[in-house]
Ligand binder design. Sequence first.
Ligand SMILES: O=C[C@H](O)[C@H](O)COP(=O)(O)O
Ligand SMILES: C=C(OP(=O)(O)O)C(=O)O
Length: 367
Amino acid sequence: MSDIPAILSVQSHMQLPRNDELIDTMPCPSTTAMSIERTRGEIARIVNGEDDRLLVVVGPCSIHDPDAALDYAQRLSEIKAQFENTLCLVMRTYFEKPRTTVGWKGFIYDPKLDGSADMRTGLIKSRDLLLNINALGLGTATEFLCPLNALYIADLISWGAIGARTTESQTHRELASALPCPIGFKNSTDGNIQIAMNAIKAAQSEQIFCTTIRNGKFEAVQSTGNQNCHLILRGGRQPNYYSADIEQSVVLLKSVSLTTNIMVDCSHGNSQKIHSNQVVVAGSLCEQISSGQQNISAVMLESYLEAGSQKISSTGNMVYGQSVTDSCIGWDDTCQTLDMLSEAVVRRRNLSTTSHTLPIELSRSAV
Ligand SMILES: O=C[C@H](O)[C@H](O)COP(=O)(O)O
Ligand SMILES: C=C(OP(=O)(O)O)C(=O)O
């Protein structure tokens, strides 16, 4: 006789630590908590248009090897200070992957990459990696996919995404309304922006939903609403990173009084999943930014130590620092792209300084 009440058809189950137990045994040190709070504040100012730097969410498509991810984080934290004046660098640390149909669902679900689905280890090691990366003074970004998994790591995340496959989901909008970090909502996989705008409205609002905070007890909670939400253009059937796409999105966002500060994802629908195209997309964004486009406030890049991607192999014969999900640009291209983005911000800044300081007749004739 099964000990599972007749509410779900399951063929196996594994006891997991409660979210508060895991947080209590792997707490966030106060210096790290202060650094996360600072990064969230910087990001909030960028997405609300009060800081003219670019937020750059950069890192692997997914975490599958914590050593390589930490290696990448170390490199990124070493170059972070050199861009501080123009870019706010935050590392992609994606532990859950939304699949179009089926496939490896990410490190939280299957940290051994072999279908053994040791979620207990996945949750512990994900939290451990986040603690280590944040201890470097580098903020972390993730896609919040399972609202329960979020409860194990959200205190360590500086920026979150709701993905193209879940932006329309009420459950994800409720979660976003309670998350303590800025949240970007992606357009849908077919390119629909309206659903992301609806999502932002919903996430800004107070929401009542069911969750657990302490003692594994479920409660009805009322969220505060999250005022730091923004749109992410990730492409759909067609790319949507061109200036006409940005301008059209700005008009739509303005018409419903939402922030017009947009993130553009250089990967996914915008790169047609060809990693080298990310550099082309970033190049176009740099041209737009350099010529004064103020609404591009954030950029996403899928980048890892090695370019490309590989299949998960049971022989253990895998390339160190290469993606096992979408293909990524390699480290050298990443550094060049960051340089290019940084220069574009300087040009945009110079343009706006010039137009502010020039006598009005001169600045008009310059336009
Ligand atoms: O970012 C990763 C993928 O684009 C996303 O998880 C969907 O992947 P899939 O179409 O290979 O399932
Ligand atoms: C899955 C992702 O993106 P999207 O939701 O745009 O497909 C991602 O950023 O990893």
